[in-house]
Design a protein. Structure first.
Length: 411
């Protein structure tokens, strides 16, 4: 029996993806802060009954959240029995700051920064330099003193091409491949200052996912991406599939995940989601790791293939509730999230050419828009499709066929 009595969840978008009545313990009081659209869908699907109270917000900074959750925290006399949680990476630092403000147990802002800030992350890793890409922090002062000399010096140090990305974003927000010094100068003029500049690694993308209990990996999963994620905003499909235990690559990825996570002094309990690339010569490269569940619809592929719902496991574990990590093997599964990468009005959508079992839906709001996706977040996807089959190669072939497919016809 847990001694945690109050659980406050900050889950801005897509809170409806979780079956909250199946997660929440009647012995606890659960509260949620989410977006107005997410709150409305929770209401329609009768999932709000799991919560003592719910609040809709459009802003998720520490300052905006504090007055919302303060009455919920103060209703519990013993702060050691309160938890403030989130699995949404962009708000995890604000949630950590709220824990500190209200003297609630859980990872501190400093601990969270290690798993949200890419430079702090690499600096905290020990003994894995051979797995890290060549990288530098963007020096705004040096760039403004002599932009062209700065660009030449960065290329001289890292080689080329380069990949520029923010220190603390996800879903490929504000990322760019840079092929020469003049392009780097043009990109950095007017750019944000919190940037990291890496060597561009040509290779295949994989995700490594874990459930951490008492600092140790209690469950491991892995999957492959159809295209490295930085390419999906330029027309490559956002798609991938889970790798089942027993696959020739699974144990190699498990060992890689263990080595990389062991390079940190401490990994927070809950789920972790890691991105790696395999170079064309077979060497592995670490990209980043976050203390959250995987995005897109990776969770659904694990649920089909292995009977594990990582969204549920993450919150149950951090709320002190029992977590069932036993596996129930099912068919091989993949996902596809169509994205709008060309401006203009959509005349009609085109269903993916899947022949194996699948389900999916289109996002009406995106189909009505004329702009393009700015990130790989689910909020920037035109829809989502899940497919499954007993043959993993058939799933792969179905996803690879998306290279020649366009999900919409422009007017």
């Amino acid at each position: 029996m847990t001694d945690i009595e109050t659980v406050i969840v900050v889950h801005p978008p897509f809170a409806w993806l979780l079956d909250w009545p199946a997660i929440v313990s009647p012995a606890q009081r659960w509260y949620i802060v989410t977006t107005p659209a997410s709150l409305a869908r929770l209401q329609r699907e009768d999932k709000l009954r799991a919560f003592t109270a719910a609040h809709a917000s459009t802003t998720f900074s520490e300052q905006a959240l504090a007055p919302i959750i303060e009455p919920w925290v103060r209703a519990q006399a013993d702060r050691s029995r309160v938890r403030i949680l989130s699995m949404i990476e962009p708000v995890q630092l604000a949630v950590a700051q709220l824990r500190e403000r209200f003297s609630v147990p859980g990872p501190t802002a400093r601990a969270v920064t290690t798993f949200t800030n890419k430079l702090a992350m690499k600096a905290a890793m020990k003994g894995v330099d051979d797995l890290l890409p060549a990288h530098v922090a963007f020096d705004r002062g040096a760039f403004e003193r002599d932009p062209h000399e700065y660009a030449r010096a960065v290329f001289a140090k890292l080689g080329g091409p380069l990949f520029v990305k923010p220190l603390a974003e996800n879903s490929s927000v504000d990322t760019a491949r840079i092929d020469g010094p003049s392009q780097l100068v043009a990109h950095l003029h007017g750019a944000r200052s919190d940037l990291e500049i890496d060597e561009y690694v040509d290779g295949d993308g994989f995700h490594l996912d874990s459930v951490i209990i008492d600092g140790r990996v209690a469950w491991f999963g892995a999957g492959w991406y159809l295209a490295p994620q930085g390419q999906t905003l330029h027309g490559k499909p956002l798609a991938g599939a889970a790798i089942a235990p027993g696959d020739a690559l699974f144990e190699e990825l498990r060992a890689l995940n263990q080595r990389l996570l062991s390079s940190f002094d401490r990994v927070p309990d809950g789920c972790t989601h890691m991105e790696v690339l395999r170079r064309r010569d077979g060497r592995w490269v670490f990209l980043e790791v976050a203390a959250r569940v995987p995005g897109a619809r990776v969770v659904e592929t694990y649920e089909i293939t292995r009977g594990i719902n990582l969204r549920h496991a993450h919150y149950q574990l951090l709320a002190g509730l029992p977590v069932d990590l036993s596996e129930r093997r099912g068919p091989h599964a993949g996902y596809y999230c169509p994205m709008k990468t060309e401006p203009g009005a959509i005349e009609r959508v085109v269903s993916p050419p899947f022949s194996c079992a699948h389900r999916g839906e289109w996002e009406a709001a995106w189909i009505a828009r004329t702009d393009t996706a700015k990130s790989m977040a689910m909020a920037d996807c035109m829809g989502v499709f899940i497919l499954w089959d007993d043959d993993p190669q058939r799933v792969r072939r179905e996803l690879e066929a998306l290279e020649a497919y366009r999900p919409y016809v422009l007017a």
